[in-house]
Design a protein around this ligand. Structure first.
Ligand SMILES: Nc1ncnc2c1ncn2[C@@H]1O[C@H](COP(=O)(O)OP(=O)(O)O)[C@@H](O)[C@H]1O
Ligand SMILES: [Mg+2]
Length: 268
């Protein structure tokens, strides 16, 4: 099928759904000694339920800032962030966050690391442990529940971090270059693993990555931010069939979209 037509169709279906998140005319300026550093400028986009959105952009383009806004950790200087039509500050919603480093507690076992968010929410310990076990099974680490973080490979530690981010069943999974510290092959395997988890849990995911091919392989849509101040340079629907097969990476449509993304990242 022609990719342009495919893209149109997926845009149409997207338009018929209600967005889970609406970001409108977002501006972020950080205070500094020279009248402020503008990090994000006039960003507008919507995210639909169960959508997998990747964010690309040069270093310093405001990708992490955007995720912090979506997590409610930062308030925009101007603009709106709506969760099902309500300002984020008033909406009841939860996020799971995965960073480039797993940041596991070294003295807690894998299971105890995953159950921690629930323990902090004062859930009964038996419930917390049962839910943590379910998540470890989801990421394929059930046989490592008694291991300590120092015994894990980088990819395994990131899978624990993903299990921990999902254990409280968040509305939104935010990931900031989660596979950035992994070698290329582990990274591809983690991408496929993440797709499997996403398909099983049907979460809405917003993931920052530096890798164009990772974004195209994973996402329903790729947003590209420009050099600072970050503006939305491109909002590209990606409509390869799911479940995705590895060989789409070698298709002409994939190559063409990769070129568009690369041009958008390089800027005008
Ligand atoms: N808390 C902060 N205070 C001041 N400047 C910040 C702060 N957070 C980020 N910045 C600046 O905003 C810009 C965007 O940062 P960031 O969102 O981390 O970019 P990216 O994740 O795309 O590399 C950078 O120039 C960064 O130095
Ligand atoms: Mg960043």
């Amino acid at each position: 099928m022609d990719t342009a037509l495919h893209a149109d169709l997926s845009e149409q279906t997207a338009n018929q759904r209600t967005p889970i998140l609406v970001v409108r005319n977002l501006n972020v300026t950080f205070a500094n000694d020279n009248g402020g550093l503008r990090a994000l400028q006039e960003i507008s986009f919507s995210v639909f339920q169960q959508e997998f959105v990747c964010v690309l952009g040069p270093s310093g383009s405001g990708k992490s800032t955007l995720l912090r806004l979506l997590a409610g950790l930062l308030v925009p200087s101007q603009g709106e962030l709506l969760y099902y039509g309500k300002p984020l500050s008033e909406a009841r919603y939860s996020v799971g966050f995965v960073f480039q480093r797993a940041n596991l507690m070294p003295w807690r076992t894998v299971l105890q690391n995953v159950s921690l968010p629930l323990e902090l929410q004062q859930l009964p310990i038996a419930t917390a442990i049962a839910r943590a076990r379910e998540m470890l099974e989801l990421v394929g680490l059930q046989s490592f529940e008694s291991a300590l973080p120092r015994d894990l490979s980088g990819g395994m530690a990131q899978r624990v971090a993903i299990a921990r981010a999902l254990v409280h069943d968040p509305d939104l999974l935010l990931m900031d270059e989660p596979f950035g510290s992994l070698d290329a092959l582990t990274r591809e395997r983690m991408g496929a693993e993440l797709l499997r988890i996403w398909q099983a849990r049907r979460k809405t995911v917003i993931m920052v990555t530096h890798s164009i091919s990772e974004a195209l392989f994973l996402a329903d849509r790729v947003l590209v931010l420009s050099h600072r101040p970050g503006r939305l340079q491109l909002d590209l629907p990606v409509s390869f069939d799911r479940p995705r097969q590895e060989d789409i990476r070698y298709s002409p449509a994939f190559g063409e979209m990769a070129r568009r993304l690369r041009r958008a990242i390089a800027g005008p």
